[in-house]
Design a protein around this ligand. Sequence first.
Ligand SMILES: *[C@@H]1O[C@H](CO)[C@@H](O)[C@H](O)[C@H]1NC(C)=O
Ligand SMILES: *[C@@H]1O[C@H](CO)[C@@H](O)[C@H](O)[C@H]1NC(C)=O
Ligand SMILES: *[C@@H]1O[C@H](CO)[C@@H](O)[C@H](O)[C@H]1NC(C)=O
Length: 558
Amino acid sequence: MKARACRETVVSFCCSKFAAIFLFLAVFVFIFFLFNILEFQHKVITTFPAPRPHLQHLLHNFQPQSPKDALEERLLLDSIAWPETPSLPDPLSLEQTSDPAHSIFTILPEKDGRQWHVGDQLEVMIKLYDFQGHPKKSGGDVLLARLHNRALGAGVAGQVLDHLNGSYSAVFSLLWEGSAQVEVTLVHPSEAVTVLQRLTKEQPDRVYFKSVFRSGSASETTTCNVFLHPTQQPLCNYTDLHAGEQWFCYKPKKLSCDTRINHSTGGVNPKLKAEEEKLFKSGVNMKVSIKASGSANVNVLPKMKGQPEVKSSSVKSGPSGYYYQDTWQALGGTPVRQFSTSSAISQCLKGKVVHMHGDSTIRQWFEYLNAALPDLKEFNLHNLKQVGPFMALDYANNILVTFRCHGPPIRFTNVPTNNLRYIVNELDGLVGGIDTVIVLGIWAHFSSYPIELYIRRLQRIRRAVVRLLDRAPDTLIVIRTANLKALSLDAALTLSDWYSLQRDKVLRAMFKGLNVHLVDAWEMVLAHHLPHDLHPQPPIIKNMINVLLSYICPQKGG
Ligand SMILES: *[C@@H]1O[C@H](CO)[C@@H](O)[C@H](O)[C@H]1NC(C)=O
Ligand SMILES: *[C@@H]1O[C@H](CO)[C@@H](O)[C@H](O)[C@H]1NC(C)=O
Ligand SMILES: *[C@@H]1O[C@H](CO)[C@@H](O)[C@H](O)[C@H]1NC(C)=O
């Protein structure tokens, strides 16, 4: 770019009339790119103040992004920037950290007598206190809010706003008549986010992988990852140029890099100071409910005639849907139809090819369809139960459903290396068309890495999606978002809901405005009464499948 800018400068001197304008533009372009390059280098340093900079170096040096992608990345990073979290006291004591037991929420307005109607918004003020009972003065706590009525099978996610002063608002849409109960949960104190952020900066490779290399009777196993610490041992470079994804293993001592036969999750090795574990205690300060001061319930009356639709609120985006009688209803977008019988599902999928790509949360959808449709027969491809790839066919109805896991980093065990495929390559290998449905679910296996890895993976997948929609605009593309999970200490350090939340925001932003459909797994798990689970339970999967099928077979004349 620099070279082009200089050439333009020379050319512009020859043509007298526009010389000044050209010169100005050329200098501007030059400065712009110079600024970009400097900004980018600066960013590498500030984002990863590096005890071990070489790991990040590997990520940032491979396939430099286009200025457009780099700019988008910077904007995305800004949009998910988490409020400054407090530095931890040394020695660490919980005393001044957020304590859900001391914290409270209050339904507003505090004085009684207000009547609630369907269509109103309910606002709740949440105040956090520390273990000594002092109010917190800063934000950054990870909070969830839900409004529900178990008897009605009703539930909706609330939107939480951080006022950055120790208080938070939760805003709910009132969508059903009758009782509605507010539930507020502290997922992590802000101090725990400090630890989660530091782990990713210092130990981006804390989840690692193994590959088996075999030739004849010789076999060796080495460690693999997106980036590896340089050692005396040479590396095998499995970077995929078409997909634009990097991957390395340490080279086996005797065998060549070509003899790698399978890929497995190797283990998890987060190094945490023993006392920091106090910040991740179930029942104490991890996924603990916050109590109401006063009532946690409101009674919602029928919608008032002539009442303005939705009361003003500082929250711009409302929920994407809610449960009523345990059935997910969409708010805006495609109405959700109920596919209650196997023949209704078969009728919808008749003549379709459904390709599912992603992690085990997408594998659940394959398994669900396979179990729900007696005529959909899975071929025995002799692949491992958890790994796939899988293929199922309903010959009479001409339905093909496939599942394949996304490429590394994938925490599956014994994936033959020939079955490691990047989604980009799979999409580029498809013709697409009106009978083709693509289902993507890719999030969980990226949570322990710097978010830039995920952003860049999604940018490349999005480009492949755009190419596919360009050549076959009738192709239906459905993307499953991230969801909440049960948290133990170990689970939190690699797959905390906070990591998932950040990735979920990136995923939504990345595909905004494209002709793709989302299944909002985040809200569908949050709003449901069943416990948070990486692999949501069947009643939730059933609702997700209904959303998916509603995209494939929308209501006619609706
Ligand atoms: C925190 O900020 C919110 C919003 O600006 C305000 O309503 C609230 O009173 C503040 N709380 C404290 C304790 O300062
Ligand atoms: C790995 O291979 C890719 C593609 O050939 C190359 O661009 C990259 O520099 C290599 N990385 C290392 C660390 O050798
Ligand atoms: C490699 O993968 C195969 C399945 O593809 C499995 O049978 C074998 O046990 C694996 N080898 C090792 C050493 O894990």
